[in-house]
Design a protein around this ligand. Structure first.
Ligand code: NAI
Length: 777
């Protein structure tokens, strides 16, 4: 069955954002909530939630227009809106009795065969279905999203004894393909996989910080980056998610967990850390949404100061930068961290010894295997490594020996593992250890894989320090950039040139993509700065020509080239995307021409491509000027699209370009797209466009000088913008003379070279390299 219309019930933190994400998939969704006592507007909760979603940052909607797909309503007047929905997702208060009341009401209204699910964080399906009619039980499952649902990739799916297989398959496919989620099949146990381990981890991490006498800042410095955990650490995470959430989830978990469970046994309601949290909540210190939390922002003489709470006294003082030798040692790995003899090392060991042991004792009980557990922690809690990957870094034998030496229990599963790794690679396969202690192949689906799955055990077709070309099979090659942050240097340009003639090696199509967080952050400006400081002007100009030529070759290649961006594709990275015959982008692609931030203009054909698209756009309203003005604004303000959907508005993606919601489907989808283009493929024809010339450039200059007068732009912004304007308007032309691509590329080079001679541009580059932020000089 296909899911084509969805209802979400409960327009709170989760429900509203789940509805937004369903809308991101292009699926219509009904959002219902209760009618509050004496409400003037009976839909106020759902309508208010949609209005709030549109203001939330990071944005729950991938495009503001997606809000139109969400129909608000209330449970008293509009329950009939669920009648034609294929999936009804309940996301109301975490209270089994209230949830069951709602389920009973749904039974008379929903259509036969529709699926009902709960987004509960902790309550097992059996409890929710206790006493419910069979008709509901066969259509019921748990679909557990993580907060925020657009960005956290985990989707835990739990079926009950009576749940129809087709319902689970439909949910699994929908979550994977349409919502882009990493689906983890979890068993029906309290807290499922992510929260079962995550809640224990957070309880251990807070309690141990208190017991071992670490400050809030010290604890976060250890239980953050060094352990592959987001830099919010443990206390910063509490502030972010809301400190009041913790005790509620813990209470709900303890109610559901068997008495024999380690967490249930260890949990001490009288522990001073538990009391500290209770006091904080009672005083309104619930985190960022309240008066503050473990950290708070305070004003001191008009300046904002970040303060941290003393866990023992409750006083706040300026947050310090902890200086723990163990944190420095962690650069050598997790083992070096836990072996370091200071309170940081001791703290790391306290957390890892307990969390990994707990996870190991639950393999086979909460999910089939270690992959499910590692995936849940990586995609639901944003850990870089799951507990079993952490264990491989420590070495299982070391781990169990140390547990034994300290008189701590050693989980049976880990005794079975012994001195073997949990994961290993052999030939072209990856293996994981099963609960029984054998190795099994990590499954890779035909239509969902990463480049790593292609690369394993194979050699590239060609390679240099900056980039490689791989064989994706079926005659499709893949160009992978692999420099630091995937910036573009001479090696990358050289490999782009090779990719432009990959048909000579028997390939019939090319995909450009990689597995990194970011497709490419653009040209390596450090090299440009070095060359400029040494006045190596011909070198700079030559490297620009080479980049332009390489991308022109790709654009006019006799075979299809498909760019497959994900994450940031900025500056030169965006220009690679712009030069491809087609694009298959990850929905979470952040693309834009940001060169003005470092005082230059796009010089690898970015100005040229956008100006041509703007002029040739059949749907553009009116004359050339409004279309050019939109491109001018985007380039001269370094605008970045915050999703692939927004990139369409900016003409970076064409209407026919594809978007994949699931990161693991980007390359397979790009390969499919490339193959579909092969038959009868012809390189695009060169076209010329008519541009208005200096009159348009003058109009742009005037607009910018207005911003300078208002103090919204600097005088040097105006200089850089003028260079952008000159290219976009076609240089010294007029509307009757066609401008060639070659001419536009020349104008790009000319503008770029002029700016790179200016010390203010060099200051911008240097500032970007040292601080990572643009300088507004
Ligand atoms: P919330 O408190 O923000 O929203 C709950 C919604 O339920 C409110 O809009 C409220 O008006 C509605 N509601 C209250 N009584 C109701 C009734 N009698 N009938 C129908 N609706 C009623 O809660 P939140 O955080 O959105 O949680 C919703 C569900 O999602 C819970 O089961 C929770 O455990 C789960 N969850 C929460 C996560 C989080 O981070 N907040 C993460 C994952 C799951």
């Amino acid at each position: 069955m296909a899911i084509e219309k969805v209802a979400v019930i409960g327009a709170g933190v989760m429900g509203a954002a789940i509805a937004a994400h369903v809308a991101n998939a292009g699926i219509p969704v009904v959002l219902l909530d209760i009618v509050p006592a004496d409400a003037k507007n009976r839909n106020m909760l759902a309508e208010g939630a949609i209005a709030a979603l549109l203001k939330t940052n990071p944005a729950p909607f991938m495009h503001k227009k997606n809000a139109r797909l969400v129909t608000p309503g209330n449970l008293e007047d509009n329950l009939d809106l669920i009648a034609d929905c294929d999936w009804i997702c309940e996301a109301i208060v975490e209270n089994p009795a209230i949830k069951q009341d709602l389920y009973k009401r749904l039974e008379g209204v929903r259509k036969a065969g529709s699926i009902v699910t709960s987004n509960t964080s902790t309550i097992p399906l059996k409890s929710l279905m206790d006493g419910m009619p069979d008709s509901l039980q066969k259509d019921f499952a748990i679909t557990h999203f993580f907060n925020p649902p657009r960005y956290m990739r985990l989707f835990e799916l739990v079926g009950g004894a009576k749940t129809r297989k087709e319902a689970l398959t439909a949910l699994r496919d929908f979550a994977d393909v349409k919502l882009g989620k990493e689906v983890v099949d979890a068993y029906d146990t309290p807290g499922f996989v992510g929260n079962r381990i995550g809640i224990y981890w957070s309880s251990v991490a807070t309690r141990s910080a208190y017991d071992l006498g670490l400050t809030v800042e010290e604890a976060d410095a250890v239980c953050g980056k060094p352990m592959g955990i987001p830099s919010t650490g443990i206390f910063g995470l509490g502030d972010l998610t809301g400190i009041d959430l913790g005790p509620k989830v813990i209470a709900s978990m303890l109610k559901e967990l068997p008495k024999s469970d380690t967490f249930a046994k260890e949990y001490d309601p009288d522990h001073p850390m538990v009391k500290t949290i209770e006091t904080m909540i009672a005083d309104g210190y619930t985190g960022r949404k309240g008066k503050g939390g473990f950290y708070r922002m305070n004003k001191d003489g008009g300046k904002k100061v970040k303060e941290a709470r003393n866990l023992k006294t409750g006083d706040y003082a300026k947050a310090g930068k902890p200086d723990l030798a163990s944190v420095k040692a962690a650069k050598k790995g997790l083992r070096a961290l836990v072996e370091y003899d200071d309170k940081g090392g001791e703290y790391a060991w306290a957390i890892l010894s307990k969390t990994i042991s707990y996870a190991a004792s639950l393999v086979g009980e909460i999910a089939d295997d270690i992959i499910a557990i590692d995936t849940a922690m990586k995609t639901g809690y944003a850990w870089k490594y799951g507990p079993f990957e952490q264990l491989d870094q420590l070495g299982n034998q070391y781990f169990i020996d140390r547990l034994a030496a300290e008189g701590l229990p050693v989980p049976d599963f880990l005794k079975t593992v012994g001195d073997r790794p949990l994961y290993k690679e052999e030939g072209t396969d990856a293996f994981y250890m099963t609960v029984k202690g054998d190795y099994a192949v990590v499954p890779v689906a035909d239509d969902a894989w990463m480049l790593a799955d292609i690369k394993r055990g194979r050699e590239p077709v060609m390679s240099n320090k900056g980039a490689s070309i791989w064989d994706l099979g079926d005659g499709v090659a893949c160009l992978e950039i692999h420099t630091k942050m995937n910036s573009i240097d001479q090696d990358v340009v050289a490999m782009l040139q090779e990719a432009g003639k990959i048909d000579k090696k028997g390939f019939k199509a090319l995909v450009i993509g990689n597995d990194a967080d970011n497709f490419s952050v653009g040209a390596n400006v450090g090299l440009a700065l070095f060359a400029a400081n040494a006045a190596m002007w011909p070198v700079i100009e030559n490297s620009m020509s080479e980049g332009q030529n390489a991308l022109m070759k790709l654009k006019y290649a006799p075979f299809p080239v498909v760019a497959a961006p994900a994450g940031m594709a900025l500056g030169g990275g965006c220009e690679i995307v712009l030069s491809a015959a087609a694009v298959q982008a990850h929905a979470e692609s952040y693309m834009g021409l940001v060169e003005v931030g470092v005082g230059v203009i796009p010089g690898f054909g970015g100005c040229k491509e956008l100006v041509m698209r703007a002029i040739l756009n059949k749907k553009r309203p009116g004359g050339a000027m409004p279309a050019l003005a939109a491109v001018f604004e985007a380039i001269s303000t370094a605008k970045v699209a915050t999703s692939a959907a927004e990139a369409r508005d900016m003409l970076i993606l064409r209407p026919e370009d594809g978007i994949s919601m699931n990161r693991k489907r980007v390359l397979p989808d790009a390969k499919k797209r490339a193959l579909a283009m092969v038959e009868g493929y012809k390189a695009p024809e060169q076209v010329e466009i008519n541009l208005p010339g200096p009159t348009a450039a003058a109009a742009f200059d005037m607009a910018v000088s207005g911003f300078v007068t208002m103090g919204k732009a600097t005088a040097y912004d105006a200089v850089v913008s003028a260079a952008v304007g000159r290219v976009l308007s076609g240089g010294d032309t007029d509307i009757t003379q066609p401008v060639t691509e070659k001419k536009l590329l020349e104008l790009e080079r000319e503008g770029f070279m002029k700016l790179i001679h200016n010390h203010k541009t060099l200051d911008r580059i240097e500032h970007m390299l040292t601080t990572g932020k643009p300088l507004r000089n």
